[in-house]
Design a protein around this ligand. Structure first.
Ligand code: F6R
Length: 608
């Protein structure tokens, strides 16, 4: 979950490296560092804190190297200190390494190297790598050979970039279960954890696959498979990525910008896919597996965090629209379960980044079992997108704020489309459903005009340090997602609960200091939600609710109401999501929190 960049080319390499780190900062931001080679020696600069600290230090440097690399960290092994920040190096600072992932066998390697007299200065797993390369270099005298031998010994997940004064003019990289992309420009090469750090320089990219390493010099690149010790022939492909989407425009931060992109997100997730007049849905990404889809009798959705909650909405949608039994499993649990599968079971992975290690591990678990693997992914060309047999892109554009917002909305829209696609002809009011989906962007726009009211209500509730989010049916996953949004950006304790379960325990917590957020838009079970709300009110609990416009009755039951435009029950989650996102956002702003970069988190969770 760290971000790494490497540059070799005609420019002052520190520029692209620092800019690249800024683009990748969403992946981790507790410390950062760069290393470069000028004439024949390595220099390293690293500090606790954000990339801007490094940028200021780099600006003071007189050097204009053509070879450099950098790292922005999300700590796994070792506290976020300057010493533990990357790059890491060997004793005489001739070999510099940055790493994303976890080296699972680092302790074994470290013990061996300590016995050989190597000294370690940090608590990190990464530090074994420069020492191990040095060890192999001393044996063979070839840096290329030493790098390959060293990475072949590593277990776990890693993307590694290395430079060395023992191999001047060369950039080294290796990947296993952690993303790494090589940008091939005019007289320049740039390596990065994801294309957002590359696209400014070139749109030609090569995605390194597991067990691949790259050795890059001004003359070109060589790719090898270090498991098979064989050369791999690869040519660059064109990147489909829109730089414009990544800019902040006039918004104060990415989170608000991305929430306000909801109408556009719905349009992009449905564009060209739904035809309300004919009642048809066309998902180009599933055409190749058309026949296999007909055989699917059970669907397992695997995902993490917000994508998992979108999956729970999908469970209701797909079961209702397609009459296929659906189970949603946390990818981190799925991997370690022993459950029977039949070939008629399909797995659907949902991921915004497409790089979440647990989700990737879940897909790997079912590899080779003759099961169809599908994906709903936002990041084009990401690992999940490439691992699946077929899938549907969200097309929500890059999501920069750590808290997922527009991706959830796009995922729910795509799940609805998949439900309709699977269930061709199984529901009668298909046209009505599609008309509603088609009208959602307008409804989302209308809802966003109420932002001031949502802000006022959210600010009022920041005095509570405990929150329950409750809902039923489609409102239940929304409650889970609402609680997640609140806790991750305000750090207020919040739990999502099925409203019907309150009386089975959680009601005991309710008093005048314990707030509830009720998800109560028009639905089949609204009367039952009213009863659950009344039970809380009777115990003095303050309640804010989200309800459908024109619902006057709820005003009598709760303290505050936020209204959403009327739509069908199955699509309420899209509009409710905007409300819960704005509520958490304004509460966090009021509390002075950094909404784009909440503490302890990172955007892309590439460690298990
Ligand atoms: C919460 C959030 C995370 C992600 C989760 C999965 O706001 O962003 O819970 O949803 O880490 O990430 P993806 O969707 O990239 O697999």
């Amino acid at each position: 979950m760290c971000g790494i960049v490497g540059y070799l080319g005609n420019k002052n390499a520190l520029g692209p490296v620092v800019d690249g780190l800024k683009a990748l900062e969403y992946r981790g931001y507790d410390s950062a560092g760069v290393a470069y080679i000028n004439s024949d020696s390595c220099t390293v600069i690293k500090r606790v804190g954000r990339v801007e600290t490094i940028e200021k230090l780099v600006d003071k440097e007189k050097a204009t190297p053509h070879l450099a690399m950098g790292h922005t960290r999300w700590a796994t092994h070792g506290a976020p200190t300057t010493v533990n920040a990357h790059p890491h190096f060997n004793h005489d600072k001739t070999i510099m390494v940055v790493h994303n992932g976890i080296i699972e066998n680092f302790q074994v390697i470290k013990n061996r190297l300590i016995e050989l007299g190597y000294q370690f200065a940090t608590e990190t797993d990464t530090e074994v790598v420069p020492h191990l390369i040095e060890y192999h270099f001393k044996q063979s005298g070839s840096f290329e050979d030493a790098f390959e031998k060293a990475v072949s010994e590593l277990e776990g997940a890693f993307s590694i970039v290395a430079i060395s004064s023992l191999a001047l003019g060369q950039l080294f990289a290796a990947r296993l279960s952690s993303p790494l992309v090589l940008g091939v420009g005019e007289d320049e090469f740039i390596l990065a954890s994801d294309p957002s750090a590359i696209m400014e320089h070139t749109k030609k990219v090569i995605y390194l696959e597991d067990y691949e390493l790259a050795i890059i010099s001004k003359k070109g690149y060589k790719i090898r498979n270090f498991k098979r010790a064989a050369v791999v022939e690869k040519t660059a492909e064109e990147l489909d990525f829109d730089l414009e989407h990544a800019a902040l425009d006039d918004f104060p931060n990415f989170m608000l910008k991305e929430i306000f992109e909801a109408p556009q997100t719905i349009k992009l997730a449905t564009l060209g896919r739904i035809r309300p007049k004919s009642g048809t849905v066309k998902l180009g990404g599933l055409v190749d597996v058309k026949d296999k889809l007909k055989e699917v009798q059970r669907l397992i959705i695997v995902a993490c965090g917000t994508s998992y909650y979108a999956g729970l909405v999908g469970e209701y949608l797909i079961e209702e629209l397609a009459h296929i039994p659906v189970e949603v499993q946390l990818a981190s649990e799925f991997k370690y379960r022993f459950e029977p599968f039949s070939p008629s079971t399909a797995v659907l992975a949902i991921s915004q980044s497409g790089e979440t290690a647990d989700t990737i591990a879940a897909l790997k678990k079912v590899e080779g079992r003759n099961m169809l693997r599908l994906g709903i992914v936002n990041a084009v060309g990401s690992t999940v997108a490439r691992m699946t047999d077929a899938g549907v892109y969200c097309h929500a554009g890059p999501e920069r704020a750590v808290a997922s917002t527009k991706a959830f909305i796009a995922q729910v829209c795509v799940l609805a489309e998949i439900g309709l696609h699977f269930g061709n002809g199984k529901i009668r009011d298909r046209k009505r459903f599609l008309q509603e989906l088609d009208s959602l962007p307008k409804k989302a726009e209308q809802l966003l005009t109420q932002v001031d009211k949502i802000r006022q209500i959210a600010e009022k509730y920041t005095r509570f340090s405990n929150f329950l989010y409750i809902g039923r049916r489609y409102g239940y996953p929304c409650a889970l997602e609402g609680a997640l949004k609140l806790k991750e950006i305000t750090y207020i304790h919040a739990e999502g609960y099925a409203a019907g379960e309150m009386k089975h325990g959680p009601l005991a917590m309710i008093d005048k200091n314990f707030a509830t957020f009720a998800i109560a838009p028009d639905c089949q079970v609204l009367e039952k939600v009213y009863s659950n709300i009344s039970e809380i009110k009777a115990r003095g609990g303050p309640i804010v609710a989200v309800a459908t416009e024109d619902n006057r009755q709820i005003k009598k039951l709760v303290d505050d109401v936020i209204y959403i435009p009327k739509t069908i029950e199955q699509l309420n989650p899209v509009l409710v999501a905007i409300v819960i996102q704005l509520f958490a956002y304004y509460a966090a702003i009021k509390l002075g929190k950094n909404v784009d970069r909440p503490r302890n988190l990172a955007k892309s969770v590439t460690v298990e």
